[in-house]
Design a protein around this ligand. Structure first.
Ligand code: SF4
Length: 370
């Protein structure tokens, strides 16, 4: 069994790169990739390109050349997460139940809370992570015999994260008894696969994602950095989408490198107390404050890695402070150049709710228990 190592040296982690090559070689298998937001700002410098710049278009191109049939952006599913999580949050605020709402898109945080603070499990959002939502929707799409044309669908998730390898094995990431995501490949593993393929990455002409799920809003893209989930949700709550509105949301308090950020926003006359946390030591501090009653919040976003997924355990290690800053700026820059910056304005999301998701929202997008 081939293994790669956790950058901290604490654990060894299974790699399944050979399974991906085998699936690509099988003519009866449709191999679909989803690429998480943080991956695009960590690959370029491995191939001599500018540190931190998004290379999403080149990633789509290289994955197509490696033999993937379809390539998608996990930011699309992050938009779905925002739709569901913001609705769940407003329901809880209205009922005064299970507050604060804890975000659920980081599996290391979900495990930490479940193990260390089980009395707060009902406060976790029931939303699957963007990875989980994407794969459940993709597999459901190809359950239709007219669409699958007799081929099996194999979903490969390209993530900045080693914990995502565990997330896909949890029972709540199975639909209709089937594992939704087949394999997780980390950013470092992807870099190795690109090198092994012999494709000249730096000179590739950029390509766009495939359809029918090929577009994520800027709100989905910033999920890769601490505060991104919160900012995406605040955009969802905003009535307008003009630059001044987006700038004022950006300045609300979710951005920045601090491990614990606290601020208050007002939504329809109600003050909402927000906490954005990155790093499990900081999460511990925040949880002790909540448990003792010293602090009260309406929503708490937690990412187990400091600065969020841009510094995940599956990203190229030994990233210095300039790299950390460049990755963060790279994601905000990628957001700045999208024409749709609110999840609820992504037309692909709107049509998904009118079509495939009808009667299946809970089954495909939520978990029943942790
Ligand atoms: Fe994975 Fe770290 Fe992102 Fe959590 S913050 S999802 S552990 S990369």
């Amino acid at each position: 069994q081939c293994r790669v190592f956790c950058p901290t040296g604490a654990i060894s982690i299974k790699t399944q790169m050979d399974e991906v090559w085998d699936a690509i070689a099988d003519p009866n298998t449709r191999v679909v990739a989803q690429v998480a937001p943080a991956v695009r700002v960590a690959v370029g410098d491995a191939f001599g390109l500018t540190r931190g710049h998004s290379v999403m278009g080149k990633l789509v191109a290289v994955l197509h050349r490696m033999g993937f049939d379809e390539v998608y952006d996990t930011a699309f599913a992050a938009d779905l997460t925002i739709m569901e999580e913001s609705k769940e949050f407003l329901d809880r605020v209205e009922k005064g139940e299970n507050l604060p709402l804890f975000t659920s898109c980081c599996p290391a945080w979900v495990k930490y809370l479940s193990d260390q603070y089980p009395e707060f499990k009902d406060n976790l959002s029931t939303c699957r992570s963007p990875q989980g939502m994407f794969s459940a929707v993709m597999k459901e799409y190809y359950r239709d015999p007219e669409k699958n044309q007799g081929k099996k669908t194999f979903v490969v998730s390209i993530m900045p994260c080693t914990a995502k390898k565990m997330e896909i094995l949890r029972p709540n990431n199975f639909t209709k008894g089937e594992q939704d995501t087949d394999v997780v490949i980390t950013t470092t593993e992807l870099i190795r696969m690109i090198r092994n393929s012999g494709i000249e990455f730096s000179t590739l002409v950029t390509e766009a994602c495939d359809m029918p799920f090929g577009f994520g809003s800027g709100a989905g893209v910033i999920f890769g950095v601490t505060g991104g989930v919160t900012e995406a949700m605040l955009r969802r709550f905003a009535d307008r989408h003009d630059k001044a509105t987006m700038d004022s949301v950006a300045e609300a308090g979710a951005r920045g490198e601090d491990g614990i950020k606290e601020f208050t926003v007002t939504y329809k006359g109600t003050p909402l107390h927000v906490c954005v946390v990155s790093g499990l030591a900081n999460a511990h501090t925040v949880m002790e404050n909540i448990r003792s009653g010293k602090k009260q919040y309406h929503i708490v976003e937690v990412m187990a890695c400091r600065r969020g997924c841009i510094m995940g355990g599956g990203q190229p290690p030994r990233a210095g402070s300039r790299t950390k800053t460049a990755r963060m700026e790279g994601l905000y820059q990628a957001d700045n150049v999208t024409s749709i910056r609110k999840a609820d304005e992504n037309p692909l999301i709107v049509s998904l709710y009118d079509g495939l998701l009808k009667g299946k929202v809970h089954e495909l997008l939520h978990v029943d228990e942790y």
